[in-house]
Design a protein around this ligand. Structure first.
Ligand code: SF4
Length: 352
């Protein structure tokens, strides 16, 4: 494969050999100013894997600098995923890389798919269908099972396939889909990489945005609930709102909503949030509980707190600190501080 194609399929063995031959150590990849665009593209790969799909450059683009950027962004993206070392992220990242490859593979010639298959020890023969003139692929049934076993559609079950002399015949698109599975599994199984501490430190500036996006996605999917509420990690806006409630100050409706939804999203129960408001003499438990239950999702919609931009618009962003500078969402602030705290604790444990 020429380097243009290696940049599009950077998980093949030839691509890692090619990158190895260029002599870019992880240290150089992180420190060289000339590789700034590769690092930014690496971060973008990871964020795109969480927010949509990894966009690949056009295969016809042949500018050497761009090819190198694309090629080197892949190992950098893997380093970033490994620094965070989160199963949800690893799975999403591996799947997004594999899906991006699948979209390209569908447009490639059958010989290209055959060659790529060999990199995964899949030896597929091709045949021309005499009626439709389509090219079909023949796979040994053991290779077929190995790749199709994780696919849920009944159509992929071996019993629903015609077998001849131990081989299963499939279309080009189906073969590309099986290759997607092989790619996903290769990428996922190789992560996390073992990243030395100094490399992990140097990656910190690239991790904040990924961590924030990750936590937003996790809460969208209802996974990775915050394990326990750590009030000392709350963002300044929420700390102020709580202080006001405790002092008997009436919160504006928008701040009351922001505080309540924040507390519910980080894992506090309705009872616990109701108790927080139970400080004023005219406290109406029934009305407060009803409002909090509604925000918690009793109507079928679970509400998230507003973004920092919206908080600013309503004058609810109070006394932002250093971490706020790179924060787009109060929940992102909390998860970032949680991540920093866990990281420091791990470092302390290592030193002890
Ligand atoms: S920047 Fe965001 S998290 Fe920080 S205080 Fe303002 S609204 Fe809260």
């Amino acid at each position: 494969m020429d380097s243009r194609y290696l940049a599009l399929y950077p998980f093949v063995s030839e691509a890692s050999e090619y990158v190895g031959g260029l002599g870019f150590s992880p240290e150089k990849l992180l420190s060289s100013r000339a590789l700034d665009s590769a690092r930014l593209r690496g971060k973008e790969r990871v964020i795109q894997s969480l927010t949509g799909e990894i966009e690949k450059p056009s295969p016809s683009g042949s500018e050497e600098g761009k090819i190198l950027t694309e090629l080197l962004s892949y190992p950098f993206a893997r380093i970033l995923v490994s620094c965070i070392d989160d199963q949800f992220l690893t799975r999403k990242y591996a799947l997004a890389e594999a899906k991006a490859a699948y979209r390209l593979l569908k447009t490639q010639q059958p010989e290209f798919l055959q060659e790529l298959g060999l990199d995964f020890q899949i030896n597929a023969e091709t045949y021309e269908n005499m009626e439709s003139h389509d090219i079909l692929f023949d796979l040994h049934f053991t290779d077929y099972i190995k790749l199709a076993t994780t696919l849920k559609d009944l159509n992929w079950k071996l019993v629903n396939r015609k077998m001849k002399a131990g081989h299963v015949r499939i279309s080009k698109e189906e073969f590309a889909r099986l290759l997607q599975e092989a790619i996903r599994s290769r990428i996922q199984n190789a992560l996390p990489l073992s990243v030395p501490e100094e490399i992990s430190e140097a990656c910190t500036p690239y991790l904040a945005e990924i961590n924030e996006t990750l936590e937003e996605k996790k809460s969208d999917f209802g996974v990775g609930e915050f394990q326990k509420v750590e009030s000392e990690l709350f963002p300044p806006c929420i700390v102020q709102a709580i202080a006001n409630v405790r002092a008997g100050v009436n919160l504006a409706h928008s701040m009351r909503f922001a505080m309540t939804s924040f507390l519910l999203n980080i894992g506090m129960t309705v009872d616990e949030v109701v108790a927080m408001f139970n400080v004023s003499p005219d406290f109406d438990e029934e009305k407060t509980r009803y409002q909090i239950q509604h925000i918690a999702g009793s109507s079928g919609t679970t509400y998230k707190p507003p973004s920092c931009n919206t908080m600013r618009t309503y004058g609810n962003c109070y006394n932002p600190d250093e971490i706020c500078k790179n924060t787009k969402h109060p929940l992102g602030y909390y998860s970032r501080r949680m991540w920093l705290k866990n990281k420091m604790e791990k470092e302390k444990e290592k030193k002890a």
